[in-house]
Write a protein that binds this ligand. Structure first.
Ligand SMILES: [Zn+2]
Ligand SMILES: [Zn+2]
Ligand SMILES: [Zn+2]
Length: 87
């Protein structure tokens, strides 16, 4: 099986359940997918910074979709793929 890595954070995608295929680019989860979209849309004065947003301990992606989030102790991960990368 081919090795697939997240186009945003480079995590090895072992759990395809959280994987997002966005126009041919593959992300480990919706958090990386949306992080890329936010970067690509330029500055948006309407979008507030969420100071309390969780960030993945492995890749630093803001965790907007907690449905794929994993945590080990106090350390949050954006998804099972990053979780396993840090194992
Ligand atoms: Zn990722
Ligand atoms: Zn991550
Ligand atoms: Zn992820």
């Amino acid at each position: 099986m081919a090795t697939v890595r997240c186009d945003h954070c480079g995590a090895l995608i072992q759990d395809s359940a959280t994987m997002v295929d966005h126009g041919g680019l593959v992300y480990c989860c919706a958090n990386c997918s949306s992080a890329v979209e936010q970067q690509g849309s330029g500055s948006d004065p309407q979008s507030p910074e969420h100071e309390n947003d969780l960030r993945c301990r492995h890749c630093g992606t803001p965790i907007a979709d907690e449905s794929t989030m994993m945590s080990r102790g106090d350390d949050p991960y954006c998804c099972g793929n990053c979780y396993q990368m840090a194992a």
